[in-house]
Design a protein around this ligand. Structure first.
Ligand code: EPU
Length: 425
């Protein structure tokens, strides 16, 4: 397993281009299952999760061709409904094939995706929604079998204990596009990735109203056509670079993403004294050196448009760099704090009380060996490494490769010093 060595205390300066949004991309690749026609997806990031997902589609019978870097052609003319355990267990986003396969074939067999280090991640809401559309669900030998003699539109309330579900909304919208009648999803996820998916589905001929609101109405069609669509920029990657700029007291321009999608983070940065400008015309944010002016903050992760859970770990590092007491409460995944112990190893003055991280800054970070546990925790360890004295070794860096395209290269181009050390050296 590769590790990286980060030589800390370098200021970051320059421009960074944001890649396509991983979480939009997964559902969009799955949408190709809804039609026999050719589909083309552009601005697809080169990530471990995306490569796995494409492999999964191939095992279902989808013909896949890489047209050029970031551009893929997919055609699901002859497909099967059975997914392989080996791929599904490696990636929870595999659940996104359920909705389209139910819509197209009226059946799917999916191995239960299994546990996850960021906490319990059930799919009860996905299954409840499919039942409302007329599906029967059974489970045997660890495999969920979903079948429907006849699908019919219905009203589905998708709110759970922790709010709505992002991939659950994606699944049900996709299934409903080919379900006869009208489906109304109440308490739907409003995330930009869902909005982008709905726009792609509209291009396929789907009838969808209320996009971006918690009430989405879908009128099922007999069939859908192919698409040629460009994925939006990844707001979590953009947010991670914004935080990297702030903590290194750098001057960064971050472009190719929609700043409006990152409103919750930008609002906090404005409140705490961050110096930045937003250019909605050119889809960029420019951040200026201002670390010594930043004040501590309190925030809580919430479904969109609230503060994203996928930036909670990175935000912990920002809190640790600002003098005073900052608090971050996690409301989506109450156990998503695997990074806390590793940040402590680097000298971070952070404690956990229930689902709240209490951060006392400024911490004096000094390089150490730390272990990445999941995607966003890895990003937080990179950020802490950037501001640590000496060398930080981040082990199990493959977690980071699941969701950040060319992260080492992008950071090095901005002035960081990051070296990847292959397992065999
Ligand atoms: N939940 C249920 N029942 C369900 C589904 C979800 O109780 O059937 C709960 C979850 O346990 C969680 C909350 O609802 O507490 C929200 O989960 P959600 O279903 O929205 O998460 P997801 O769709 O599995 C996506 C992203 C995650 C991101 C979350 C929240 C993809 C592929 N993944 O997951 O991304 O954290 O939404 O925004 O879209 C990441 O990129 O690092 C990542 C984990």
């Amino acid at each position: 397993m590769d590790k990286v060595c980060i030589q800390g205390e370098k200021q970051l300066n320059g421009t960074v281009h944001i890649s396509g949004a991983k979480n939009a991309c997964m559902a969009m690749l799955a949408a190709s299952l809804l039609t026999e026609d050719v589909c083309i997806l552009r601005n697809v990031p080169d990530l471990r999760d995306v490569r796995f997902f494409i492999q999964l589609l191939e095992t279902l019978g989808v013909k896949v061709e890489k047209l050029s870097p970031g551009e893929w052609k997919l055609q699901a003319a002859n497909i099967t409904h059975e997914a392989s355990y080996d791929l599904v267990r490696q990636m929870r986003a595999s659940v996104c094939i359920m909705g389209p396969l139910v819509g197209r074939l009226h059946k799917v067999s999916l191995p239960l995706p299994g546990g996850c280090v960021i906490g319990n991640r059930p799919i009860d809401l996905h299954l409840y929604g499919l039942q409302k559309l007329g599906c029967k669900i059974s489970m045997n030998s660890g495999i969920i079998h979903v079948t429907a003699d006849q699908l019919r539109g219905n009203s589905i309330f998708l709110g759970g204990r922790f709010g709505s579900t992002v991939t659950g909304t994606a699944n049900l919208v996709m299934a409903a596009t080919l379900t006869p009648g009208t489906t109304i999803i109440e308490s739907a996820a409003c995330e930009p990735e869902i909005v982008d998916l709905c726009k792609l589905l509209q291009q396929m001929g789907a009838s969808i109203e209320g996009i971006g609101s918690p009430r989405i109405t879908i009128v099922g069609q007999k069939q859908l056509r192919g698409f040629d669509y460009t994925v939006i920029g990844d707001i979590i990657e953009a947010g991670t670079f914004l935080i990297a700029g702030l903590i290194t007291n750098g001057h960064l321009k971050i472009d190719q993403f929609c700043p409006e999608h990152l409103g919750a983070l930008l609002h906090i940065l404005e409140e705490i004294g961050g110096k930045f400008t937003i250019d909605t015309h050119h889809n960029s944010v420019e951040i200026f050196p201002c670390l010594d002016q930043l004040k501590p903050f309190h925030t809580t992760t919430l479904p969109y448009p609230g503060f994203p859970t996928d930036l909670q770990a990175q935000m912990c590092v920002l809190g640790l760099c600002i003098p005073g007491l900052s608090l971050i409460t996690e409301r989506i995944y109450p156990q998503r704090f695997m990074h806390v112990a590793e940040l402590q190893r680097l000298g971070g003055n952070i404690i956990l009380e229930n689902s709240t991280a209490i951060l006392q800054g400024p911490s004096r970070f000094s390089g150490a060996d730390v272990m990445a546990s999941d995607l966003r925790a890895s990003a937080a360890l990179y950020l802490a490494g950037l501001v640590s004295k000496g060398e930080t070794f981040v082990h199990r860096v493959y977690h980071l490769d699941r969701g950040y395209e060319n992260f080492d290269q992008k950071l090095n181009q901005l002035g960081a010093s990051i070296k990847r050390i292959p397992d065999n050296s």
